[in-house]
Design a protein around this ligand. Structure first.
Ligand code: FES
Length: 149
């Protein structure tokens, strides 16, 4: 039986602030036990769950999506290599989307830096009359939508 970790130890080892760990716990993404003093104590496998959460956030999963993914892991035992790799396989498409998005951003930045034309036909920064708002929230042309017409 491995010793339980304090929230400070988990924060140091994971690189995630204690406040974020408490937030993850409030969202049901990780769980702790309470020591006699009432302080949180975490089983060591929580470090892998946190690494998963951090990585999933970096590839653009929302906390709800991360929670749904973590719910696929077995509750009756610590997740093993096969459990994690099964989970990771479902991410391949998401990672490809993220790579494509970053490449679009890179192309857009390369085109616009030092240009300044704001050409309606080709510039992803130009948005006269906020036409992009019709396509949804956020920077629509940067995420891959094309201007109408
Ligand atoms: S500013 Fe010229 S293409 Fe964006």
């Amino acid at each position: 039986m491995l010793p339980l970790l304090t929230i400070g130890e988990v924060a140091r080892r994971s690189g995630v602030a204690a406040s974020a760990l408490r937030f993850y716990e409030e969202r049901g993404l990780i769980a702790s036990e309470r020591a006699g003093s009432g302080h949180r104590r975490y089983p060591r496998p929580v470090l892998r769950q946190i690494a998963f959460i951090v990585f999933a956030q970096r590839i653009g999963l929302t906390l709800d999506e991360i929670g749904a993914e973590l719910a696929k892991l077995p509750l009756e035992r610590a997740p093993n290599r096969r459990d994690w790799s099964r989970l990771a396989r479902t991410w391949a498409g998401r990672i490809d989307q993220r790579i494509a998005e970053l490449e679009r951003l890179k192309r857009g930045l390369t085109e616009c830096i030092g240009c300044g034309c704001l050409s309606i036909e080709r510039c992803k920064l130009a948005n006269p009359g906020d036409r992009a708002a019709r396509l949804g929230p956020g920077p629509r042309y940067w995420v891959g939508d094309c201007p109408p017409g």
